[in-house]
Design a protein around this ligand. Sequence first.
Ligand code: GLN
Length: 313
Amino acid sequence: GTLPGWDRVEQLVREAYERYRGHDDGVVADYIPVLAEADPAWFGLCVAESGGQVHGAGDEDVEFSVQSISKAFVYALVCEAFGHQDVLDRVGVNGTGLPFNSVMAIELHQGHPMNPMVNAGALATTAMVPGATPAEQWEHVRTGLSRFAGRQLELDGVVYRSESETNTRNKAIARLLQSYGRIEADPLQVVDVYTRQCALRVTARDLAVMGATLADGGVNPITGERVVSAHVCRDTLAVLAATGMYERSGEWLFEIGLPAKSGVAGGIVAVAPGKGAIGTFSPPLDPAGNSVRGQRATAYLSRTLGLNVFASS
Ligand code: GLN
């Protein structure tokens, strides 16, 4: 592979774990009530190479809800179904510079959702998922994300219900998009499918394999299954580079140099095209909603494994 040898990657993953496990900056999300019950000490990381080798450390097998990381993979499924131009026109690819659940960003752009990694754009994307009914759309999402992970992913019913009872803002965003003619389906049903996709249970290892599938041009390196086309991976990674880490996307790209996506339960996936991916999990977040230990561990691994996409050597 293009990464250092097996022993060296194993060693660096263990080092990243030891180096940052004691760091306790950041705050566990509580706007979805059940997320506040997460243990702030949880810390897992995993590197999946495009050849299929997997290296983990710490709580790599602890399950948590995928949350906004689902946006990247649902986007890929929708790009696969609709193609480059349609999705570009309807969802966009430019950053908002505002928090992920900003209503102001929608108003500032005459109802345009701007990009698929903020909630407005993610809702517009989920509205496009193939299926005659919301139940079929949900099945398409769950099956698609499971193919990225190479195993059957399940809904966390507790997280789903907790978010469903409190997601008034997402319902407002969906209504607002409807008012601008950006969502044709029933907005509350779109929010329901979106809330389910966010409540899928994954591990840091799953995130690494899902990311490595994008790194590998759409073929899952463990199962060998083609999930999406290479074009779709390229488009998805471009969007992640521009917008995957919310309003911190520029700083992230400057410091770490990898397309990535975070979620408020504490997951991050970072993708090194052609090489593999890093999945991390640790619940305490920075103010933008990105896991603090996850960012540090990913930065360390990007540097020591030589993954920065802008580096010439
Ligand atoms: N389900 C969460 C929400 O819509 C996801 C947000 C996130 O992970 N940033 O608020």
